[in-house]
Design a protein around this ligand. Sequence first.
Ligand SMILES: NC(=O)c1ccc[n+]([C@@H]2O[C@H](COP(=O)([O-])OP(=O)(O)OC[C@H]3O[C@@H](n4cnc5c(N)ncnc54)[C@H](OP(=O)(O)O)[C@@H]3O)[C@@H](O)[C@H]2O)c1
Length: 361
Amino acid sequence: MSAVLAEEAKPSARREAASAIAVVLLGTGVVGGAFLKLLNTPAAAALRLVGAANSRRQQTEPAKLAERNLREQLKASGAPRDDAALLAALDASDIAVKVIVDATASAELAARHAEWLARGYHVVTANKSLGGGELSGWRTLQAALANGARYGDAATVGAGLPVLSTLRRLRQCGDALLTLEGVFSGSLSYLFNSYDGSRPFSVLLREARERGYTEPDPRADLSGEDVARKLLILARNAGFALGADEVQVEGLVPEPLRAVDTGQFLARLEELDEPLAARHAEARARGNVLRFLARLNQRGHARVGLSEVPGNHPAARLYGTDNQFALTTTRYHTQPLVIQGPGAGPEVTAQALLGDVLALV
Ligand SMILES: NC(=O)c1ccc[n+]([C@@H]2O[C@H](COP(=O)([O-])OP(=O)(O)OC[C@H]3O[C@@H](n4cnc5c(N)ncnc54)[C@H](OP(=O)(O)O)[C@@H]3O)[C@@H](O)[C@H]2O)c1
């Protein structure tokens, strides 16, 4: 290249760096893997991957990061996990906008989000552990956001559904959340949309697990804890500073099955059948159906658990693994604003992460 051309190339390189976004990806599982696939699409042309990690290994070499089978490579090769080396790769990039994408469920990593924000990195996350964890963590997060770094958390609730963005927009316009109700778990939605008493609940649960609708250990879904984290995130974003212990959670796992290992739990699923069959029969006798609902009322009382709803209730008309969020606000008070659709799945969740990353520039 001639000296003149090289000189001409500099402004365009500077322009490219100005519109680009340097990305470190934590977690290359189901969601992280889908995010890596999105990086190869035109929509993600502005993103430059400078580091990627699973729980044991990481990669910061540009040639290796560009390989299409990066996710598989990381299972067998790469440097040992070290956050400092990933942050150094972000620092070394001449791209000004630097983001850490957390596609893990690690509470340890979530506890570092505030520190990263305070250091000027943006954070985009599917990990609910900070926003839906202890109130002190939430407050630390709010304080860290004061310096201008941004926190993209769309993927933490409803996967790709525009729930948090809608809630924030309403608040920005002076509207206030009065009550919130809905089905926030794809697996629990599927289970109770399908359960009509004709087949034991344990049979449905085994089927749902085989289809990948539940976690490998379905207690992660049945406990209601994941739904409680989502309710906390929504409540806090609506202005209710709730502590983690202020959500009343009525899970579906009977006491004797809580401490056993996964294998034993799966072998004893039939123990769930009788109590649920009895509740189902009682609900049906009253013309109602069972749904696993999250609810927040005007006084900030938050509850997660199995509820009876009449057949004309919005949650009674859900399909498959759909999520539903019904927001009653000062302006949507005659009928709630209802957001409904697939609330889980790798592609839509990865898309929510990408959307939050793209919103940074
Ligand atoms: N799946 C969905 O539809 C969905 C929807 C909305 C939100 N989410 C949320 O998205 C997150 C990821 O879900 P997933 O389904 O992708 O889970 P997953 O398949 O279990 O993947 C988790 C990934 O995180 C990695 N990881 C764990 N600790 C790490 C650490 N300290 N540093 C770097 N990587 C670490 C794991 O590494 P190894 O591979 O080494 O184990 C794995 O690659 C979770 O918080 C989940 O709640 C998921």
